[in-house]
Design a protein around this ligand. Structure first.
Ligand code: PLP
Length: 454
């Protein structure tokens, strides 16, 4: 490595996020220089299919010029303004209006932030605020799920069920955050248990927790329609149908974390539509701007909005907001992104190519390393196992997932190993031909890993 190179500067000064910093210190980083369609190129010129769309987010790929142009025009017109103190600007108003039109029924109001973490953090604050203002101040606890991923703030990392995001950070804040089991049927379904029976067991566990804690102490339940950071885990059949009446019975808000699922990923506009979820709040980000700008939205119901107005009467104002929340450039890019989704019928496209995606990966279920392939729309998880018949996992020291990720990388494919589950969420614009190439490169990565692990 040359002393003044980009890689040397990276090692010397850059703290990477969600990274094994010890390994980074020894091995350095892959630095991405440019993108084109579903492909990215590193600083050495090597080309990859980006089968994770970055971080489950670059829905329109890496070279959509219309988004660059709309950002430039907005920068020339009004590069910044805020939404505090009864001020605002057209891009945020038009985006709130558009989101209300396309949101699941009843979610008519939008709060804007810069990230998914902030949207979920706001949802936690609003759950407390709503219950306080409406006379149920004992409702404080928030229920998440093991392996759930809701963000990195103090509250959202507490809510997430990700041990590495809590260890040594003094998290979770245990008096407020509870967790129920991970609904991964393949891994946690018991011998002879049907998927429906597994869902019923998960729902019974949730109800028992609520009854043990007291429903009058619980403010909200958070769930990703498809769990992303937990390993791209689709819910078992009937899961959300069984859970929702339990939450209703105990007057517990349902917050749908659509940070990954929103805007077509699951083959419907919202994951909530795919799974019949009727949320009280919905957080979205990532594909809201195709990730060309940092922006998230928290969509809230009329009763929650009414509580915010009532709270302003009590407290003098709604005491919450971010300098960059609803940034005009980000909102203009989001409006253009939603226009492109509509013009190109992006949900229809996802449905058309989804069979090629799921069948292509499904065919790799035959590979000796693969125990399970499961997905919906353009999101899927592939679970690696040491023994297909018994589902026995690899010992953690084998780092089988990381090895497959590394071998895929060598084959020109960017995937994400979450433990021994390999996640796929390619840009929504991916074509059937590109999916075939993605699967071919994945097979090459699996074969190369198998040569080491067998
Ligand atoms: N919620 C889900 C489901 C996510 O997958 C993520 C990030 O991947 C977040 C929230 C946090 O979003 P951000 O990284 O924008 O803060």
């Amino acid at each position: 490595m040359r002393p003044n190179s980009l890689h040397a500067a990276d090692l010397a000064h850059m703290v990477h996020q969600q990274t094994d910093l010890d390994a980074h210190g020894r091995e350095g980083a892959v630095l991405i220089a440019r993108g084109e369609g579903v492909h990215v190129f590193d600083t050495e010129g090597k080309e990859y299919i980006e089968a994770m769309a970055g971080l489950w987010c670059a829905s329109l790929g890496f070279s959509e010029k219309r988004l660059a142009e709309v950002a430039y025009r907005q920068l020339l017109t009004l590069p910044y303004y805020h939404t505090f103190f009864q001020k605002g600007h057209e891009p945020s108003v038009r985006l709130a209006e558009r989101l209300a039109a396309i949101a699941p029924a009843g979610l008519n109001h939008a709060l804007f932030q810069c990230s998914g973490s902030e949207a979920n953090d706001a949802a936690i604050k609003l759950a407390w605020y709503y219950h306080n203002v409406t006379g149920r101040p004992a409702k404080k606890k928030i229920i998440g799920r093991i392996r759930g991923y809701h963000g990195n703030t103090v509250a959202t990392a507490s809510l997430s069920g990700q041990p590495h995001m809590q260890a040594d950070f003094d998290l979770p804040l245990t008096d407020r955050f509870l967790h129920v089991s991970n609904p991964n049927y393949y891994r946690f379904g018991q011998s002879g248990e049907t998927e429906e029976q597994f869902s019923a067991r998960m729902a019974a566990e949730l109800e028992a927790l609520i009854e043990r804690e007291g429903g009058d102490t619980i403010a909200a339940f958070f769930a990703e329609p498809v769990q992303g950071g937990g390993g791209a885990i689709t819910p078992p059949r009937g899961y959300f149908d069984l859970i929702q009446p339990i939450l209703k019975k105990h007057d517990i808000l349902f917050v749908a974390d659509e940070v990954i699922c929103g805007f077509g990923r699951t083959g419907h506009y919202w994951g909530c539509e795919t799974y019949g979820i009727r949320p009280d709040m919905l957080s979205c980000a990532k594909q809201l701007t195709a990730s060309y700008q940092p922006l998230s939205a928290l969509l809230i119901s009329d009763p929650i909005h009414a509580a915010l107005i009532e709270g302003s009467r009590r407290n003098g104002s709604f005491g919450h907001g971010y300098t960059y929340g609803g940034h005009p450039v980000a909102c203009a890019v989001a409006l253009e992104t939603l226009k492109i989704y509509e013009e190109r019928d992006i949900v229809g496209h996802v449905r058309r190519v989804s069979p090629a995606f799921l069948d292509g990966l499904g065919a790799l279920g035959e590979h000796p390393l693969v125990g399970d392939v499961r997905g919906v729309g353009l999101i899927a998880g592939v679970e690696l196992v040491a023994d297909k018949a018994t589902k026995e996992p690899f010992p953690p020291a084998a780092k089988a997932g990381l090895l497959v990720q590394e071998k895929c990388h060598e084959a020109g494919l960017i995937v994400r190993a979450i433990g021994d589950r390999i996640a796929f969420t390619p840009p929504l614009i991916i074509t059937a031909e590109e999916i075939a190439e993605m699967c071919a490169r994945f097979r090459a990565g699996l074969d190369a890993a198998w040569a080491v692990l067998r």
